[in-house]
Ligand binder design. Structure first.
Ligand code: PEP
Ligand code: MN
Length: 376
């Protein structure tokens, strides 16, 4: 009985198996092989730019065309999209070039306008996903409509919020769902415009295994230099597709000029990707990997034993501090500890970022133990 309860609580804790009623995200005439590619400009700017970009992409084998019609911009007075005036241009792309079209919607009126012009795929932007009221409004507007919807991760690294958006759309009857991983806002300077935090899409995949995940290297990088590396990493993590901003004259783009590439550059990027297999079909390789995984499991067991012992010492310190009326935190000691751990980690090839994260977490757990002892 106790074991059953424990298992139940574990299941709750790790929230396994979210059951969504999903259908495969497939498009007639588009290869089912990885990666599913979507490309096109950040924004539709002029009819000419939309058509020229689409034509060049089509010539290079791209079938799904993205273009923002309504643009959520961080600051006002920048280009906020052409608005519904651009929808007939996308309709032309669909009718004349036979491509699938996709655009971002952020409210009911965007949904109605986009549907009116036969847009094939809609996506919900990162800022919108962060707002459950807005997502619910879009879900209500789409109730009873059969259209694939892609949902970008919310700007903040909150997998529950992302999952909540899928649930809202699925409850409105949308079955063709996909995720777009576009990275997460961080404060301060970084090579990335939006930190990839791969653990979040990996967790999404663990929770909803049938949900395809499309990586958006353009908004992760915010520059052209990192696009290939992020695309390759996405493929190595076995994600399903790529959405990459592409423009006939990227330097002249009215939004996100730094990260857009030409259709020719996109083709080169895609041609250079190495696609590895997700399943190990060779018995020898399988055996080797299993053996290595067993070694990892043993190390993880040892790590947990060591952490247990470390926390027992923390309990003793807590008891001693209580008896002698000393505060839990002496910040000088913490600062020194962190510096030493970073230095020893560096000698062993462990990055500063990793050591800081690990020891911050260990320190927090240690404080929790001491607080408990002191207040018992
Ligand atoms: C976009 O795809 O152009 C866009 C605005 O993306 P995000 O919502 O990821 O910022
Ligand atoms: Mn953009």
């Amino acid at each position: 009985m106790r074991k059953a309860n424990f298992v139940k609580s574990l299941k709750n804790k790790y929230k396994m198996g979210i059951s969504l009623n999903l259908e495969k995200l497939e498009f007639a005439g588009v290869s089912k092989d990885r990666p599913l590619v979507m490309a096109g400009p950040c924004s539709a700017e002029t009819e000419q730019q939309v058509m020229d970009t689409a034509r060049q992409l089509k010539e290079r084998g791209i079938h799904i065309y993205r273009a923002g019609i309504w643009k959520p911009r961080t600051r006002p007075n920048s280009f906020e999209g052409v608005g519904k005036e651009g929808l007939p241009w996308l309709k032309r792309v669909k009718e004349e070039l036979g491509m699938y079209t996709a655009t971002e919607v952020a409210n009911t009126s965007h949904v109605f306008e986009a549907l009116k012009y036969g847009i094939d795929i809609l996506w919900i932007g990162a800022r919108t996903t962060a707002n459950p009221f807005a997502v619910q409004e879009i879900a209500d507007a789409l109730s009873g409509v059969e259209i694939p919807i892609l949902i970008k991760n919310p700007v903040n690294p909150d997998v529950e919020l992302w999952i909540g958006a899928f649930e809202r759309l699925n409850q409105a009857g949308i079955k063709k769902l996909g995720a777009i991983h576009r990275g997460f806002s961080t404060y301060g300077k970084s090579f990335y415009r939006n930190d990839p935090q791969w653990q979040i899409p990996i967790e999404l995949k663990r929770r909803i295994p049938d949900l395809p995940i499309i990586t958006d290297p353009s908004h992760i990088c915010g520059n052209r230099d990192g696009l290939f590396e992020i695309s390759q990493e996405a493929m190595d993590l076995n994600f399903d597709g790529l959405i990459i901003e592409t423009h006939v004259t990227p330097d002249l783009a009215l939004s996100d000029a730094f990260q857009q590439i030409t259709p020719e550059e996109l083709k080169k990027l895609l041609d250079n990707l190495v696609l590895r297999k997700a399943n190990i079909d060779n018995a020898f390789a399988m055996h080797t990997i299993e053996d290595l995984r067993r070694q990892i499991d043993k190390f993880d067991d040892k790590l947990i034993d060591i952490l247990e012992d470390r926390m027992k010492v923390a309990d003793k310190i807590g008891k001693y501090k209580k008896e002698n009326n000393i505060t839990i935190l002496q910040s000088g000691r913490w600062d020194e500890l962190l510096k030493h751990r970073v230095a020893s980690g560096e000698k062993k090839g462990l990055s500063e970022e990793f050591i800081m994260k690990v020891f911050r977490a260990i320190h927090q757990e240690s404080i929790n133990h001491q607080t408990k002892v002191m207040n018992d």
